[in-house]
Ligand binder design. Structure first.
Ligand code: 3HC
Ligand code: NAI
Length: 696
């Protein structure tokens, strides 16, 4: 026996208790312990075996940290089969989250009981994999193909009630997993219940697997794993159990070798790493119960909604009673979405809109709040005036935050008497939906103010990334570079539509021009005007987009932008005026347009993103490459299975990417200045991920 599995006899029952904190991952010692435990129970003459997990959960899956290393025997499918093949009844008692390999172990036992709050699922697709330890063969035998495909391809977790209704588990009971498991095993022994191996159940009825495969592939936007999951379930219908298991394993191994698996696992760990910063160690956040939001427009209303849904009281300050009423309507509109989806009930809706939310025009109402997020117009003078008022009314120790997209937080902080309390909290639109929060730390921001920013992010269910002060912080600064690269390609011959197609084919949720239409073209317009006075004369600037806005086309909100949104439809056709403006500009500049392949579009677009990402890390605006990656995954629709721009760059190979940037620089040396950090990594033969590891 290994230490990871405790063994004990309770009467006729041998008890195998997993002891591998924090989540009882099925690492080598656990797998070996389970096989040894079954052998010992057999040698002991036990009449039943109970398997459960000590601590917070049943097995939460294979040990992801072992992926990529040579797997050590016993392999998980063999462990599952050894459990099922035990000569006595085997019972599992579930609590916490029986995920992936954990669910597969449970399916290999003969009977399953769970506490009411237990959850189960096969989340392997979220790691770019499929279940690799008999799950795709046992689950369809137990619950049929359609439900099994849903669970395997979605990766979603199911609660105990649903699991019971589907027949995945046999019973729900209150108590500790040990207590309920022992009682259930005894009950089964008393009733002389037989062994019940799922693998011996009849093969499930087939469906149209080709159609299911195609639909799943399409839905995955390039992610292979869910579609492979369909094929694995198909094998459960068409092959004997052992052959199905071998086929499942071969698909699992194939996926294990892909970049997609690497990208997804990078995302899994980075998501957990992103809020772990040395600066935050041992620093307690300030208390947070009530917050203020200044400005109830698009962003302010979204931020207020997110805060209310997380249980915070919100004082929402607007300029006039009419604007305050409109802001309240916006928040109510957002919350009615949550009501419709069943996230809150009517009583909660009324409580949030009528009691927890205080719309007002009086800054004095902010005197008791712990933190304020300013979301007024993007104008430095307006922001300074607001911060002056906040400085006068807020209690000592209140955190004063700005949601500015681009403006200098140091300058805003300097306009108050308490710059240490000032921070940037940059939400993304719609703020109650988008997961990203950039916590922008200014020169004088106090450590516990930064900790409070992260704490707010956690309370709101956001992924918070630390950013330093610069124009656009991490995300928008990088965005402005790859957008410029796209504009340059347009001047040289690509169309916005070809670029959008290439970028969505790459896996982004939307292309940059469709995104611009959604956000409003006036935003980019105003940014370009703001930056114009300080623009370097060497910069290559296009003007067709300005002309589009000046012609009144601001995107979806005006019905036309790059696309034509006839009658409010989102399924838009290209707006013909766009190509006319572009062609006119090319003619004016004497450019003969050339063809761009999809691959070249992606390469240049990504090279610009990676190069600026490397600058952002090199300058310390982002502390680590993974901060850039998480910004893009959670704020910019970057395909998760590619890990993030810098993880993508590592997998593409940094030397080749740098060589391409140098090649592009021959045409436009001002725009394509290689990032010093990228040059350094290539010279030293290192990767961005090496920097992540050094910072861990
Ligand atoms: N392997 C290794 N480490 C794991 C792990 C796993 N399967 N699951 C979680 N951890 C680690 C986390 O990295 C974290 O480590 P840290 O403290 O050093 O950052 C720690 O355990 C706690 O995890 P969380 O912070 O995520 O804790 P939560 O309580 O919020 O969530 C959880 C717990 C729901 C279990 C969540 O961690 C989770 O979803 N884990 C992944 C589960 C999963 O994907 N399982 C399938 C694995 S693949 C598989 O089983 C293949 C098989 O089919 C062959
Ligand atoms: P908006 O124009 O929709 O809303 C601004 C609101 O602020 C208006 O309702 C206005 O009445 C109110 N306001 C203006 N001055 C005020 C004052 N002195 N006191 C009280 N209320 C005042 O603007 P939006 O889009 O919500 O943007 C707000 C801020 O958020 C800007 O700084 C913007 O850069 C930033 N931001 C915007 C994003 C977006 O996608 N729209 C994304 C992230 C940040």
């Amino acid at each position: 026996m290994t230490e990871a599995i405790g063994y004990e006899r309770v009467g006729d029952i041998a008890v195998l208790a997993a002891q591998n904190p924090p989540v009882n991952a099925l690492g080598h010692a656990v797998r070996q312990g389970l096989v040894d435990g079954i052998a010992k129970a057999t040698a002991d003459g036990a009449k039943a075996v109970l398997i459960y997990g000590e601590g917070s959960t049943f097995f939460a899956g294979a040990d992801i940290r072992e992926f990529g290393q040579t797997p050590k025997e016993p392999h998980l499918p063999d462990v599952c089969n050894a459990i099922e093949a035990a000569p006595m009844i085997v019972v599992s008692a579930l609590h916490g989250t029986a995920l992936g390999g954990g669910m597969e172990i449970a399916l290999s036992t003969h009977y399953r009981i769970a506490v009411p709050k237990a959850r189960m699922g096969l989340p392997e697709v979220n790691l770019g994999l499929i279940p690799g330890a008999t799950g795709t063969q046992r689950l369809p035998r137990l619950i049929g193909v359609e439900k099994a495909i849903d669970i395997v391809t979605s990766g979603r977790q199911l609660g105990a009630r649903d699991l019971l209704a589907m027949g995945v588990i046999d019973k729900i009971a209150d108590g500790s997993p040990r207590e309920i498991g022992l009682a259930y095993a005894q009950e089964l022994l008393d009733a002389a219940a037989p062994r019940r191996p799922v693998s011996e159940m009849p093969a499930p009825e087939p469906i149209d697997f080709d159609a299911a495969y195609e639909a799943t592939l399409k839905k995955g936007r390039g992610l292979l794993a869910p579609a492979y999951g369909v094929r694995a379930v198909q094998a459960a219908c068409e092959k004997p159990f052992a052959e199905g298991v071998a086929y499942e394993r071969s698909l699992f191994r194939e996926l294990m070798e892909t970049d997609q698996r690497q990208g997804m696992i990078h995302a899994f760990f980075s998501e957990r790493q992103v809020s772990k910063l040395p600066e935050l160690k041992g620093v307690d956040p300030r208390p947070l119960a009530a917050i203020g939001v200044i400005g109830g427009g698009t962003m302010g209303a979204g931020i207020a909604t997110a805060a209310l849904l997380s249980g915070l009281n919100v004082v929402l300050v607007e300029m006039s009673p009419e604007a305050a009423a409109a802001a309240k309507d916006r928040v109510s509109g957002n919350l009615s979405g949550a009501l419709k989806r069943g996230r809150i009930d009517q009583a909660k809706f009324e409580h949030l809109t009528e009691t927890a939310l205080t719309p007002t025009t009086d800054f004095g109402d902010l005197k008791d709040v712990d933190l304020v997020v300013e979301a007024v117009f993007e104008n430095m003078d307006v922001k300074k005036e607001v911060f002056g008022k906040l400085d006068a009314v807020c209690k000592p120790g209140a955190v004063l935050a700005s949601n500015t997209s681009y403006l200098d937080i140091d300058e805003i902080a300097a306009s108050t008497s308490r710059p240490a309390d000032v921070i940037g909290l940059h939400f993304f639109s719609p703020a109650h939906v988008m997961k990203l929060l950039e916590v922008v730390v200014a020169d004088k921001t106090a450590p516990d103010v930064m900790a409070t920013g992260f704490d707010l992010g956690k309370k709101l269910g956001k992924v918070s990334v630390r950013a330093g002060v610069c124009d656009g912080f991490i995300g928008n600064r990088i965005l402005s570079k790859y957008r410029t690269a796209a504009d340059h390609m347009i001047l040289d011959g690509a169309s916005p539509y070809a670029i959008d197609k290439a970028i969505t084919d790459f896996g982004f949720a939307m292309g940059p021009f469709a995104v611009a239409d959604l956000a409003g073209l006036d935003i980019g317009y105003m940014t370009r005007k703001r930056l114009a006075p300080t623009r370097d004369p060497r910069e290559r600037v296009s003007t067709y987009a300005d002309k589009l806005v000046e012609a009144g086309h601001k995107g979806q909100k005006t019905g036309k932008g790059y696309y034509d949104y006839a009658a409010g439809s989102r399924a838009a056709a290209p707006n013909p005026e766009v190509m006319e403006l572009i062609e006119a500009e090319r003619a004016e500049l004497g450019i003969t347009p050339r063809d761009f392949t999809e691959a070249e579009i992606v390469r240049r677009y990504m090279a610009a993103m990676v190069n600026e990402g490397a600058k952002v890390v090199g300058e310390g605006i982002a502390r680590r490459p993974l901060d850039v990656d998480m910004t893009f995954l959670f704020g910019y629709g970057f395909p998760r299975y590619r890990g993030g721009p810098l993880k993508w760059a590592d997998m593409e190979g940094l030397p080749a990417l740098l060589a391409d940037i140098k090649e592009y620089a021959k045409e436009d040396p001002y725009f394509w200045q290689p990032a010093p950090l990228l040059e350094q990594l290539v010279a030293e033969g290192r990767t961005f991920d090496d920097l992540n590891k050094e910072a861990a």
